[in-house]
Design a protein around this ligand. Structure first.
Ligand code: TXA
Ligand code: MG
Length: 310
């Protein structure tokens, strides 16, 4: 992807004025604002129609800039070395003198932080004096956006500017790992649990379906395409769209493939755009073939399960 410096300059100018701008990342597009500004963070909540108690992820260029705001620990440093920049988000304790807006954190003493890899947001982050609060750039509880066209579809003219960055290469959100105490996965995502376990040399607790919800992103209804989704379907109903993991010989107009040959990374990359495509084709519901529950297939299944609670 070619970097257009004039576009980045335009985004910076708006962000400097505490406006919100949509930005590309390798996972999904984000709706970004100055994380040190109450005003900018309030705008994000309003645009997204996001419940006020659902805190924002804050994006940094590198560890040096993070040190002003968060307490680091040894597990974090290991995972940072291995996976950053990349599709992983850490929950860390905030420093007392951190400048992060209390609007972003919901006044809690911890913060979700991430170092995105997409070259355009990295270039932007390098130039600005503050980190970027940026939840996924979609209306709350709906499917995330993986292209500038998706963002436009959700927000129209309500967003001042969308920084173009092509299609997101991972296509599902980051993996979230809570490092306040014992490492715990809060959301499956772009990095496989097995890769994290390999680095830490131990099994990690997964708590992505807690009885008591600490973060609304863990709530049951999420990632909804706006029409019913049925899982593990072998026989579809007449007027349903059929979402399949790989291309088959029996191509029909209502068949949608996530990948050519069943590659799970490719399937994850195509998941949200395909759900949007089906919705736009005016199908009343989506039947999903069984997806292998390994690697990124686990993340795909997590999102589809939540989408099926519609
Ligand atoms: O890939 C991603 O993570 C994308 C890109 C734009 O970086 N961002 C993203 O943000 O998915 P969002 O807001 O849609 O999802 C973040 C999730 C939410 O479910 C939120 O509840 C949770 O992270 N979260 C945020 N701060 C938290 C905290 N301090 N403790 C626990 N969960 C937190
Ligand atoms: Mg989201």
């Amino acid at each position: 992807m070619k970097i257009n410096l004039a576009n980045i300059k335009k985004a910076k100018k708006l962000l400097d004025k505490r406006e919100c701008v949509a930005v590309p990342t390798e996972t999904v597009y984000g709706l970004a604002g100055n994380a040190y500004s109450d005003q900018a963070c309030k705008k994000i909540f309003k645009l997204k129609k996001r419940p006020k108690n659902n805190p924002l992820i804050v994006h940094y260029f590198n560890i040096k800039k993070l040190m002003n705001d968060c307490k680091l620990n040894s597990v974090f440093l290991k995972l940072y070395d291995q996976f950053c920049p990349g599709p992983i988000t850490f929950i860390l304790k905030l420093k007392k003198n951190s400048k992060i807006s209390k609007v972003a954190t919901n006044k809690k003493g911890n913060l979700a932080i991430r170092f995105p890899k997409h070259p355009i947001i990295r270039n932007l982050l390098k130039q600005i004096e503050y980190p970027l609060a940026a939840p996924s750039a979609n209306i709350s509880s709906k499917v995330s956006a993986v292209s500038s066209a998706d963002v436009k579809e959700d927000f129209g003219k309500k967003i001042k500017y969308i920084l173009e960055g092509g299609k997101s290469s991972i296509g599902v959100e980051s993996t979230i790992i809570d490092l306040k105490n014992k490492p715990t996965i809060l959301r499956l995502g772009g990095i496989e649990i097995a890769s994290i376990e390999k680095v830490l040399k131990k099994k990690i607790i997964i708590n992505d379906n807690p009885k008591k919800i600490s973060a609304p992103g863990q709530s049951k209804l999420h990632y909804s395409p706006g029409i019913p989704v049925r899982l593990n379907v072998e026989k579809i109903k007449n007027d349903e769209a059929y979402l399949l993991i790989k291309n088959t010989n029996k191509v029909k107009p209502n068949y949608y493939f996530l990948s050519k040959k069943g590659d799970l990374k490719e399937a994850a990359r195509n998941l949200y755009s395909t759900l949007r495509k089906i919705k736009k084709a005016k199908y009343k519901s989506i039947a999903v073939q069984k997806i292998p529950n390994k690697g990124l297939g686990k993340t795909i299944n997590d999102r589809l399960l939540r989408a099926s609670k519609y």
